[in-house]
Design a binder for this molecule. Structure first.
Ligand code: 76R
Length: 249
């Protein structure tokens, strides 16, 4: 059996994609629409406060295209808390006017492929802790997609030796690093939690950098030979002002 990579696991993660039921929303009297939005903003304020206290984090983005209209991404120390947030949101007035479009359950993951040898407890390293419990960037754009590593015939990632995988991950990391400052990635592991093996969430100020990075990686062996990809979601930052504007009918 090949050696499994060791993972460090951080905050649990839920990506929740919703479409808006515009027909019903338009039928709602404007004061009720406003009340629904204000109720939702009390949740946003609560999530902001938790984020300031480093008890979790969230991202709120619109989604371009027909797959969804907006997404909420939450990070919390336990999966129970994610479940509670999801349920609380589902009980809001606003949620009555949304249609679930997609969701993804995972946990922030760092693997040891490129970790140097060290005797220290990685959980005591503040740099690693910050990566496991990240405060999500508030960049103009987000990109999310789930992916697998292929297990087919001669192209079986899980049958490769640790050395071979480490070598390939080095090259993967080098490409990634050349996008430092342009794209921030959060890799979340989802084996046993959801239908794919990882969620890839990318943040950038310039949306074109997603295309450039993902395209360049397609030529790298880890992605070219072993990457299998789900649906891609791309969207733009939402805040109260932008969301109010978006919901105005
Ligand atoms: O420790 C590190 O985070 C640095 C090395 C590194 C690892 C171990 C790294 C760097 N990644 C790692 C693991 Mn990645 N990554 C993806 C995708 O579209 C595609 O082709 C693939 C989707 C992108 C865009 C991306 C970006 N990475 C992983 C894993 C887990 C693999 C496993 O355990 O088998 C997956 C699925 C994955 C996928 N990666 C980087 C990036 C970027 C931008 C970096 C550089 C980060 C930096 O140095 O700042």
């Amino acid at each position: 059996m090949s050696e499994a990579a060791q993972t460090l696991d951080g905050w649990y993660c839920l990506h929740d994609f919703r479409s808006i039921d515009w027909t019903s929303w338009k039928k709602l009297p404007s004061d009720e629409r406003e009340a629904a939005i204000q109720e939702f903003y009390t949740f946003l304020d609560k999530w902001d406060l938790m984020q300031q206290n480093k008890e979790g984090s969230y991202a709120f983005y619109s989604i371009v295209g027909q797959k969804a209209d907006f997404m909420l991404m939450w990070l919390r120390p336990t999966m129970v808390e994610l479940n509670e947030i999801e349920t609380a949101f589902n009980k809001t007035k606003l949620a009555e006017y949304t249609i679930p479009a997609y969701s993804y359950v995972s946990v922030v993951e760092l693997s040891n492929y490129l970790a140097g040898k060290s005797d220290e407890d990685p959980m005591e390293n503040p740099h690693i802790k910050a990566r496991l419990n990240p405060i999500l960037p508030k960049t103009q754009y987000i990109c999310f997609y789930p992916m697998d590593k292929r297990r087919e015939g001669n192209d079986n990632w899980y049958m490769l030796s640790m050395e071979d995988r480490r070598e390939m991950m080095k090259s993967h990391g080098m490409i990634g690093r050349s996008y430092a400052g342009k794209v921030k990635q959060i890799i979340t592991g989802s084996v046993g939690f959801d239908d794919w093996e990882w969620g890839v969430t990318l943040f950038a100020e310039d949306v074109l950098q997603f295309k450039k990075l993902v395209y360049e990686m397609r030529f790298d062996e880890v992605s070219a030979r072993y990457g299998e990809f789900g649906a891609f979601y791309v969207g733009a930052l939402l805040n109260k002002e932008r969301f109010s504007q978006m919901m105005t009918v």
